[in-house]
Design a protein. Structure first.
Length: 202
């Protein structure tokens, strides 16, 4: 006899929430926000549909939680690259990878930020947090917040354009796109993140 599949334990809230988020990540990044619903997310996680609403208010609520997980994971990966002495090109590869692997999710994010005030507010808060991190990283060399904001938005847009194939449409090779994004990284993270990090470790 084939052993019965063990059902996930709904009495462990942290595990349930994590499984729901994992399922939502997969759904949003394969079918987009409009291509799935809370019932499908719950079933994909191994739960009955009503379990979803014990942890999230609605589909937008879990979308925002997935988004927060995404940008924090991206920030952590960039931080690891800097701590390892990565060059601007290495950091560019990290952010390009995040945007490429999550391009369908980010497509939904851009659309929802126009039509949904909750998503728009969450994206603005994420950007504010990123600006704080960048300003702290740059220290006394940090440009004014307006200039840093322009640089952050330029980096974000270039990464999305590379992920969506917009740069390739203009005949820009992958290597050239990486160099463009590396230059954008220099504008946001500074000329020598590796040197600064080395000084901080002494």
């Amino acid at each position: 006899m084939t052993p019965k599949r063990r059902k996930p334990n709904t009495r462990k809230p942290d595990e349930t929430r994590r499984r729901l988020l994992d399922a939502a990540e997969t759904a949003f990044n394969s079918k987009g926000f409009e291509g799935t619903d809370t019932n499908r997310i719950a079933r994909a996680a191994g739960y009955a549909p009503q379990t979803f609403y014990r942890h999230f208010k609605d589909k937008t609520d879990i979308f925002l939680s997935v988004y927060e997980r995404w940008w924090r994971d991206e920030g952590a990966a960039v931080g690891h690259a800097i701590a390892a002495g990565g060059r601007a090109e290495d950091i560019a590869s990290v952010v390009m990878s995040f945007h490429a692997r999550w391009k369908i999710f980010r497509r939904s994010l851009r659309h929802l930020a126009v039509s949904d005030s909750r998503v728009r507010a969450a994206r603005a808060e994420a950007r504010r947090q990123q600006l704080k991190v960048l300003a702290a990283l740059r220290g006394h060399t940090a440009p004014k917040i307006a200039q840093l904001t322009v640089s952050l938005l330029a980096l974000e847009r270039l990464c999305d354009a590379a992920a969506e194939g917009e740069l390739a449409d203009l005949g820009i090779s992958k290597a050239a796109a990486r160099n463009m994004i590396a230059n954008a990284v220099l504008a946001t993270h500074g000329a020598a993140p590796r040197a600064r990090n080395s000084r901080n470790r002494t």
